[in-house]
Design a protein around this ligand. Structure first.
Ligand SMILES: [Mn+2]
Length: 476
């Protein structure tokens, strides 16, 4: 058998060099450890039998270094493999994924080139051993996208030898790509030397002023593939981000969920059967494109909402897209999760609807205010207050036929939801901004017309709640 010959394209340096992980790119890529100390761009040769049998990283004692390649040689090798991966991807798969969703199809048509570029960059990093971190929002929408991407990466891996440990998955609790995330990512990437820049993939969060310092701080160190559907504001430094895709920039809006966008990205990378995940993401984010009669999508959205809520709710630690995917594929575990989630949610909704105070304003709107403490004191850990306010709003809105605003407050957090039919008269985001300007206790606030939130020091929540009701036209 002919020896494997390739160029070293990435090194993960470990304290003991014999634990270093090397990626060499030949006709395909090989990931291995070695007794020979190797450097980037080394052209290496070894027995081809040593690799390719399983997805582990074999230890190859003796690797011969033939010569040093030029960076251009290495680049064209990486390009060739990326091309090969992209050529194998099915160009009609995206249309099938979005079929029946006319608005999303037309928006995706504008994003197709961007999606292809993202997929090519992702595949190139994966094949050449550059480290990749995927950060996804810890909710139903963010997790559907991460699961689809996880499946696509796995399918790619079985076709071409890609680094089995090349991708790290992280659930993001906040809505910003903050300094802490940036420093974590830099620490991880610092272990590597790679021909291709490391990539941080972001799903369903981060388009907010709080991300700006970390976006600037990451400049020159790694690239982003950033998939979000939160409305970009004037001044968001999207031009600093190598691949930024947001439906708002392509005649779409937040109804095109980030989960749907990430499912599209994953599908362009490799067909991965993401249709159910996409439907669940639409339901999960209350998208106008959701089919609320789709029982499967409803259940999956609920299960993912539950699983991403934190280990206190379900006792499972360290959840990753792999775990989610396993639970979705295991009927017994799936039914158990669904059963628990339903019970906890029903109980919380019952208490919430009973405990909320109801007000009316001059427009005849129904305004509800709930202290989430009534639900938190049950100690279940599910649902979480922000997502619960959407559920509660949904329930009140249904019983009132629209014309509803729901406020849920907990600790230093106030969450607002409004039904679409009254947005023209009162915009909750405007109200939040008014309060920010008028009241020193409102530390931060933002969102969009139908969902917004504020942070207020705990001891001033009561005062701000009064002020808020007044600004919504209630004589309280
Ligand atoms: Mn979302």
């Amino acid at each position: 058998m002919a020896p494997f010959r390739g160029i070293i394209s990435a090194i993960r340096a470990m304290p003991d060099p014999r634990d270093n992980v090397y990626t060499a790119m030949g006709d395909k890529s090989a990931h291995f450890k070695s007794g020979t100390l190797l450097a980037l761009n080394d052209v290496v040769e070894f027995d081809a039998d040593a690799i390719g049998r399983d997805s582990q990283q074999p230890f190859i004692e003796k690797v011969s270094v033939v010569c040093t390649a030029s960076p251009e040689d290495l680049k064209s090798r990486i390009d060739a493999i990326s091309d090969m991966i992209m050529k194998a991807s099915d160009s009609a798969a995206l249309d099938r994924l979005l079929s029946g969703h006319a608005e999303m199809l037309s928006c995706a048509a504008g994003m197709r080139d961007g999606l292809l570029q993202c997929a090519r960059a992702f595949a190139g990093a994966l094949a050449s051993g550059a480290p990749i971190i995927v950060r996804f929002h810890n909710d139903g929408d963010g997790s559907t996208g991460a699961i689809a991407l996880y499946r696509a990466v796995n399918l790619l891996q079985s076709g071409i030898s890609l680094n089995p440990r090349g991708v790290i998955w992280k659930m993001q609790r906040g809505i910003a790509y903050d300094d802490e995330s940036m420093y974590d990512d830099i620490l991880h990437f610092n272990q590597y030397a790679s021909a291709v820049r490391p990539i941080v993939t972001i799903i369903d969060f981060g388009t907010s002023p709080e991300s700006e310092p970390a976006i600037y701080g990451s400049e020159g160190r790694y690239d982003f593939i950033w998939l979000d559907h939160h409305p970009p504001y004037k001044g968001f430094p999207a031009s600093m981000i190598k691949f930024y895709l947001n439906p708002w920039d392509f005649n779409g809006n937040s109804d095109f969920t980030a989960g749907a966008l990430a499912c599209s990205f994953a599908t362009v990378l490799h067909e991965c059967g993401a249709r159910e995940l996409l439907e669940a993401s639409l339901v999960s984010d209350y998208s106008a494109y959701a089919d609320y009669g789709d029982r499967n999508a409803q259940d999956m959205a609920l299960v993912l909402d539950f699983l991403t809520s934190g280990s206190r709710a379900h006792g499972l630690m360290g959840m990753t897209p792999k775990t989610f995917s396993e639970i979705l594929g295991n009927q017994k575990r799936y039914s158990e999760a669904l059963f628990s989630a339903r019970n906890m949610l029903d109980e919380a909704l019952e208490i919430g609807m009973k405990s909320a105070k109801r007000y009316r304003n001059g427009h005849g709107f129904n305004i509800y205010a709930l202290d989430f403490g009534h639900i938190a004191e049950m100690g279940k850990g599910y649902p979480l207050p922000g997502r619960f306010s959407s559920r509660l709003q949904w329930a009140f809105e249904k019983s009132n036929g629209g014309r509803t605003i729901t406020i849920v407050h907990y600790g230093n957090y106030i969450s607002l939801r409004e039904s679409g039919d009254i947005v023209a008269k009162v915009k909750i985001l405007d109200v939040v901004n008014e309060l920010k300007a008028a009241c020193q206790y409102v530390e931060s606030g933002g969102g969009h017309n139908e969902a917004a939130s504020m942070r207020v020091p705990k001891e001033h929540t009561e005062y701000v709640m009064k002020l808020l009701l007044k600004h919504l036209g209630v004589d309280a």
